[in-house]
Design a protein around this ligand. Structure first.
Ligand SMILES: *Cc1c(COP(=O)(O)O)cnc(C)c1O
Length: 229
Protein backbone atom coordinates (compact mmCIF):
# COMPACT_ATOMS: atom_id res chain seq x y z
CA UNK A 1 0.00 0.00 0.00
CA UNK A 2 1.43 3.37 -1.05
CA UNK A 3 0.66 5.15 2.19
CA UNK A 4 2.66 2.59 4.20
CA UNK A 5 5.54 2.85 1.73
CA UNK A 6 5.36 6.66 2.05
CA UNK A 7 5.56 6.38 5.84
CA UNK A 8 8.68 4.28 5.64
CA UNK A 9 10.21 6.67 3.04
CA UNK A 10 9.54 9.69 5.26
CA UNK A 11 10.87 7.86 8.32
CA UNK A 12 14.03 7.02 6.38
CA UNK A 13 14.44 10.64 5.30
CA UNK A 14 14.16 11.75 8.94
CA UNK A 15 16.73 9.16 10.01
CA UNK A 16 19.17 10.05 7.27
CA UNK A 17 18.91 13.79 7.95
CA UNK A 18 19.39 13.22 11.66
CA UNK A 19 22.43 11.01 11.12
CA UNK A 20 24.02 13.57 8.81
CA UNK A 21 24.08 16.09 11.61
CA UNK A 22 24.78 13.66 14.46
CA UNK A 23 21.32 13.92 15.98
CA UNK A 24 19.33 11.11 17.51
CA UNK A 25 16.44 10.38 15.09
CA UNK A 26 14.26 9.65 18.11
CA UNK A 27 14.52 13.32 19.07
CA UNK A 28 12.40 14.19 16.02
CA UNK A 29 8.63 13.61 16.04
CA UNK A 30 6.74 12.99 12.82
CA UNK A 31 3.39 14.77 12.73
CA UNK A 32 1.18 13.38 9.95
CA UNK A 33 -0.76 16.32 8.49
CA UNK A 34 -4.05 14.78 7.46
CA UNK A 35 -6.12 17.79 6.33
CA UNK A 36 -8.49 16.94 3.46
CA UNK A 37 -7.93 13.16 3.86
CA UNK A 38 -10.66 10.82 5.13
CA UNK A 39 -10.51 8.91 8.42
CA UNK A 40 -9.70 5.60 6.66
CA UNK A 41 -6.36 7.01 5.50
CA UNK A 42 -5.47 8.07 9.02
CA UNK A 43 -6.43 4.65 10.26
CA UNK A 44 -4.05 3.00 7.78
CA UNK A 45 -1.18 5.10 9.07
CA UNK A 46 -2.24 4.45 12.66
CA UNK A 47 -2.11 0.71 12.04
CA UNK A 48 1.43 1.19 10.76
CA UNK A 49 2.35 2.84 14.06
CA UNK A 50 1.75 6.56 13.48
CA UNK A 51 0.22 8.30 16.52
CA UNK A 52 0.45 12.09 16.00
CA UNK A 53 -1.91 13.69 13.48
CA UNK A 54 -2.25 17.37 12.53
CA UNK A 55 -5.37 19.09 11.28
CA UNK A 56 -5.99 22.64 9.99
CA UNK A 57 -9.76 22.93 9.65
CA UNK A 58 -11.82 22.58 12.78
CA UNK A 59 -15.09 21.13 11.44
CA UNK A 60 -13.29 18.58 9.32
CA UNK A 61 -11.08 17.66 12.26
CA UNK A 62 -13.98 17.22 14.70
CA UNK A 63 -15.62 14.75 12.33
CA UNK A 64 -12.47 12.64 12.13
CA UNK A 65 -11.79 12.85 15.87
CA UNK A 66 -15.27 11.45 16.46
CA UNK A 67 -14.84 8.72 13.83
CA UNK A 68 -11.49 7.67 15.28
CA UNK A 69 -12.27 8.12 18.98
CA UNK A 70 -11.42 4.49 19.77
CA UNK A 71 -7.80 5.04 18.66
CA UNK A 72 -5.10 6.59 20.85
CA UNK A 73 -4.24 9.48 18.58
CA UNK A 74 -2.46 12.68 19.64
CA UNK A 75 -4.41 15.41 17.86
CA UNK A 76 -2.52 18.58 16.91
CA UNK A 77 -4.30 21.71 15.71
CA UNK A 78 -2.06 23.56 13.24
CA UNK A 79 -4.39 25.92 11.35
CA UNK A 80 -5.24 29.60 11.84
CA UNK A 81 -7.46 30.15 14.91
CA UNK A 82 -10.49 32.42 15.11
CA UNK A 83 -11.48 33.22 18.67
CA UNK A 84 -14.95 31.70 18.32
CA UNK A 85 -13.29 28.32 17.63
CA UNK A 86 -11.15 28.06 20.75
CA UNK A 87 -13.68 26.14 22.86
CA UNK A 88 -13.85 23.19 20.47
CA UNK A 89 -10.07 23.23 20.11
CA UNK A 90 -9.59 23.27 23.89
CA UNK A 91 -11.98 20.34 24.29
CA UNK A 92 -10.79 18.07 21.49
CA UNK A 93 -7.06 18.52 20.88
CA UNK A 94 -3.86 17.60 22.73
CA UNK A 95 -1.66 20.21 21.06
CA UNK A 96 -2.08 23.61 19.40
CA UNK A 97 0.81 24.86 17.21
CA UNK A 98 -0.78 28.02 15.85
CA UNK A 99 -1.25 30.23 18.90
CA UNK A 100 -0.39 33.68 17.57
CA UNK A 101 -1.74 36.05 20.21
CA UNK A 102 -2.25 36.22 23.95
CA UNK A 103 -6.03 36.47 23.64
CA UNK A 104 -6.23 33.06 21.96
CA UNK A 105 -4.07 31.49 24.67
CA UNK A 106 -6.23 33.06 27.40
CA UNK A 107 -9.37 31.62 25.86
CA UNK A 108 -7.81 28.15 25.44
CA UNK A 109 -6.69 28.30 29.06
CA UNK A 110 -10.16 29.22 30.31
CA UNK A 111 -11.91 26.68 28.10
CA UNK A 112 -9.65 23.68 28.68
CA UNK A 113 -11.74 21.26 30.76
CA UNK A 114 -10.40 21.03 34.29
CA UNK A 115 -9.99 17.28 34.50
CA UNK A 116 -8.04 17.10 31.21
CA UNK A 117 -4.25 17.09 31.02
CA UNK A 118 -2.80 20.50 30.18
CA UNK A 119 -3.09 21.58 26.56
CA UNK A 120 0.33 21.68 24.86
CA UNK A 121 1.04 25.02 23.20
CA UNK A 122 3.45 26.21 20.53
CA UNK A 123 3.55 29.88 19.64
CA UNK A 124 3.53 30.50 15.90
CA UNK A 125 6.24 32.97 14.90
CA UNK A 126 6.13 34.87 11.61
CA UNK A 127 9.79 34.19 11.01
CA UNK A 128 10.06 35.94 7.62
CA UNK A 129 7.85 38.81 8.79
CA UNK A 130 5.47 38.31 5.87
CA UNK A 131 2.51 40.68 5.76
CA UNK A 132 -0.05 38.00 4.91
CA UNK A 133 1.14 35.36 7.32
CA UNK A 134 -0.12 34.57 10.84
CA UNK A 135 2.29 34.41 13.72
CA UNK A 136 3.73 36.88 16.15
CA UNK A 137 6.66 39.10 15.30
CA UNK A 138 9.97 37.56 16.38
CA UNK A 139 10.63 40.63 18.55
CA UNK A 140 7.44 40.07 20.54
CA UNK A 141 8.04 36.40 21.27
CA UNK A 142 9.75 36.56 24.65
CA UNK A 143 7.23 38.90 26.28
CA UNK A 144 4.19 37.05 24.89
CA UNK A 145 5.66 33.69 25.89
CA UNK A 146 6.12 34.90 29.45
CA UNK A 147 2.42 35.76 29.70
CA UNK A 148 1.30 32.50 28.07
CA UNK A 149 3.53 30.40 30.32
CA UNK A 150 1.71 31.82 33.35
CA UNK A 151 -1.74 30.65 32.22
CA UNK A 152 -3.28 27.63 33.95
CA UNK A 153 -4.12 24.40 32.08
CA UNK A 154 -1.62 25.17 29.31
CA UNK A 155 1.94 23.85 28.89
CA UNK A 156 4.13 26.07 26.77
CA UNK A 157 6.19 23.61 24.68
CA UNK A 158 7.91 25.78 22.06
CA UNK A 159 7.43 27.53 18.73
CA UNK A 160 6.07 26.74 15.27
CA UNK A 161 7.17 28.38 12.05
CA UNK A 162 6.18 28.26 8.38
CA UNK A 163 8.93 29.96 6.36
CA UNK A 164 8.18 32.04 3.24
CA UNK A 165 7.67 29.93 0.12
CA UNK A 166 10.89 29.65 -1.86
CA UNK A 167 12.88 27.11 -3.86
CA UNK A 168 16.11 28.68 -2.70
CA UNK A 169 17.55 26.29 -0.13
CA UNK A 170 19.92 28.95 1.24
CA UNK A 171 16.94 31.13 2.04
CA UNK A 172 15.08 28.18 3.64
CA UNK A 173 18.12 27.33 5.72
CA UNK A 174 18.46 30.94 6.88
CA UNK A 175 14.83 31.06 8.05
CA UNK A 176 15.18 27.76 9.94
CA UNK A 177 18.41 28.96 11.48
CA UNK A 178 16.77 32.16 12.73
CA UNK A 179 13.93 30.09 14.20
CA UNK A 180 16.44 27.85 15.92
CA UNK A 181 18.21 30.84 17.48
CA UNK A 182 14.90 32.25 18.66
CA UNK A 183 14.00 28.87 20.16
CA UNK A 184 17.29 28.83 22.09
CA UNK A 185 16.61 32.35 23.41
CA UNK A 186 13.17 31.26 24.52
CA UNK A 187 14.66 28.22 26.23
CA UNK A 188 16.90 30.47 28.35
CA UNK A 189 13.70 31.99 29.71
CA UNK A 190 11.68 28.72 29.84
CA UNK A 191 14.08 25.78 30.32
CA UNK A 192 11.27 23.22 29.98
CA UNK A 193 10.35 23.94 26.38
CA UNK A 194 11.30 21.14 23.99
CA UNK A 195 9.47 21.65 20.69
CA UNK A 196 10.71 23.41 17.58
CA UNK A 197 7.93 22.68 15.08
CA UNK A 198 9.33 23.26 11.59
CA UNK A 199 9.81 21.43 8.31
CA UNK A 200 7.22 20.04 5.87
CA UNK A 201 7.30 17.58 2.95
CA UNK A 202 9.64 19.68 0.82
CA UNK A 203 12.05 21.03 3.38
CA UNK A 204 12.08 18.68 6.37
CA UNK A 205 15.70 17.67 5.70
CA UNK A 206 16.99 21.24 6.06
CA UNK A 207 14.70 21.83 9.05
CA UNK A 208 16.20 18.81 10.85
CA UNK A 209 19.71 19.99 10.05
CA UNK A 210 18.77 23.28 11.75
CA UNK A 211 17.36 21.66 14.89
CA UNK A 212 13.70 20.88 14.24
CA UNK A 213 12.20 18.51 16.84
CA UNK A 214 8.87 18.02 15.04
CA UNK A 215 8.26 17.90 11.30
CA UNK A 216 4.73 18.40 9.93
CA UNK A 217 4.37 16.21 6.86
CA UNK A 218 1.28 16.02 4.63
CA UNK A 219 1.76 15.35 0.91
CA UNK A 220 4.84 13.13 1.28
CA UNK A 221 2.66 10.75 3.33
CA UNK A 222 -0.82 11.05 1.86
CA UNK A 223 -0.09 12.26 -1.69
CA UNK A 224 -0.85 15.60 -3.35
CA UNK A 225 -3.96 17.29 -2.02
CA UNK A 226 -6.52 18.16 -4.68
CA UNK A 227 -7.82 21.19 -2.77
CA UNK A 228 -5.48 24.22 -2.75
CA UNK A 229 -4.49 23.89 0.90
C1 LIG B 1 -0.51 21.66 5.13
C2 LIG B 1 0.47 21.97 6.20
C3 LIG B 1 1.62 21.19 6.39
C4 LIG B 1 1.99 20.02 5.50
O1 LIG B 1 2.40 20.46 4.24
P1 LIG B 1 3.01 19.42 3.15
O2 LIG B 1 3.76 20.31 2.23
O3 LIG B 1 1.84 18.76 2.52
O4 LIG B 1 3.88 18.47 3.87
C5 LIG B 1 2.45 21.51 7.45
N1 LIG B 1 2.19 22.54 8.28
C6 LIG B 1 1.10 23.31 8.13
C7 LIG B 1 0.87 24.44 9.07
C8 LIG B 1 0.21 23.06 7.08
O5 LIG B 1 -0.85 23.87 6.93
Amino acid sequence: MTIIKNLSDVTNRIQKSAQQCQRDPRSITLLAVSKTWPAEKLQQLYQAGQRAFGENYLQEALTKIKQLEALEIDWHFIGPIQSNKTKDIAEHFDWVHSVDRLKIAERLSRQRPEHYPNLNICIQVNIDQEVSKSGIEPGALLSTAKQIADLPRLDLRGIMIIPAKTDDSAQQRAAFQRASELFEQLRQQHPNIDTLSMGMSNDLDIAIEQGSTLVRVGSALFGQRTTPN
